[in-house]
Write a protein that binds this ligand. Structure first.
Ligand SMILES: *Cc1c(COP(=O)(O)O)cnc(C)c1O
Length: 360
């Protein structure tokens, strides 16, 4: 069986965990501090603040930018539910703008028409590890004075014009086991702003800087030292993981681009796509529909994912308050399928996947 994703851990992580267990300090402590310092250095931001999930990072990221009741936040409907939910957690309103089919990310040409006097922030998602067009996105945010929050939960190490995503605005990362690096569960906020960093640290810890004094509403969103210990060694391996993902993705594209009806993921000269997912589109020109491809992959023990089958605006808790429609997202929901390219796959695995698809 070839799974669609697989975390890679070994005795390096075990050694780190053993250190934590021997120290007796299991909750947030020195390992979290070290992981934050290492991660900030990697992304190129002044600060990094660890949380216990990517969803918590998004929630804290928005709160730290001052998002609250009555505010509108523009985002994409073609993403994981946590992106939009984090806006609801703040009692703010998600306003969706459709994506473009070239990079699957929010279409800069469709953002400005969604801006109202209530719009406070843009929550951009670097989906599958492909950076958004950050030139256009930062221009729009500057012009309209919007806070920029980046959902980089799938995009550790992705770059636009040689700058890491998560450093353009407030970056939010996840370390769930399917991501490019893991801590089991975990997240991180990255920022160059002293003020946002300070607020994020307070919100993460029950609104408190000084023990048992609580200056605002906060949460227990702290990361454990055990998770941070895993993160410290995963971060050291991240670049080698990414390089393997990129070469696996290139290998797949070289084979699949010859097949009529398959559109492999696009790459851009000034963007580093880190391929958390390798997602192809199946168009009407392909001899069978996506459901048939799923059956063939299943019967050949090849894992795959449909990320995502339904745009967020049509999920039950969103559909009542959204009567816009998003034709590009709708179409992509019906066309996309993600294939395994994780770093533990070798050429024979990739060959096997391509041969099975070519045979359909
Ligand atoms: C994984 C993910 C999240 C949430 O991260 P968790 O760590 O699972 O809470 C948010 N947004 C996107 C795009 C993701 O892929």
């Amino acid at each position: 069986m070839i799974p669609v994703s697989k975390p890679l851990l070994d005795e390096k992580e075990l050694g780190q965990i053993t250190e934590v267990i021997n120290s007796g300090m299991l909750a947030q402590g020195p390992k979290v501090k070290k992981f934050e310092d290492d991660f900030a250095k990697y992304i190129g931001t002044k600060h990094a603040i660890a949380t216990n999930s990517g969803s918590a990072a998004l929630h804290v990221g928005l709160l730290s930018a001052g998002i609250g009741r009555g505010d509108e936040v523009i985002t994409t409907p073609f993403t994981f539910i946590a992106t939009a939910n984090s806006i609801l957690y703040c009692n703010a309103k998600p306003v969706f703008a459709d994506v473009n089919e070239g990079d699957f990310n929010i279409d800069p040409a469709k953002i400005e028409e969604k801006i109202t006097s209530k719009t406070k922030a843009l929550l951009a998602v670097h989906l599958y590890g492909q950076p958004c067009n950050m030139d256009k996105i930062t221009d729009i945010c500057n012009k309209h004075n919007l806070s920029l929050i980046e959902d980089a939960c799938q995009a550790h190490g992705a770059e636009f014009n040689d700058q890491k995503v998560g450093s353009f605005g407030t970056g939010c990362f996840s370390f769930y086991p399917t991501k490019n690096m893991t801590t089991g569960e975990g997240g991180m906020i990255t920022t160059n702003s002293d003020e946002i960093a300070k607020k994020a640290r307070i919100i993460r810890n029950h609104g408190s800087q000084k023990q048992y004094f609580h200056e605002m509403l906060g949460y227990n969103y702290r990361m454990t030292d055990i998770a941070a210990a895993i993160g410290i060694s995963q971060l050291k391996k991240l670049e080698s993981f990414i390089e393997k993902r990129i070469s696996n993705a290139n290998y797949m594209t070289n084979h699949l681009q010859k097949i009529k009806g398959i559109i492999p993921p696009k790459t851009f000269n000034n963007r580093r796509h880190v391929f958390n997912q390798y997602t192809i589109r199946i168009t009407d020109d392909f001899p069978v529909n996506r459901g048939e491809i799923e059956k063939v992959l299943k019967s050949n023990d090849i894992g795959y994912g449909i990320y995502y089958p339904l745009p967020i605006n049509r999920q039950p808790i969103y559909e009542k308050s959204n009567n816009d429609n998003f034709p590009v997202s709708e179409r992509l929901c019906n066309e996309v399928i993600s294939l395994p390219i994780h770093p533990s796959l070798d050429e024979s695995d990739l060959d096997n996947i391509c041969t099975v698809i070519e045979g359909i």
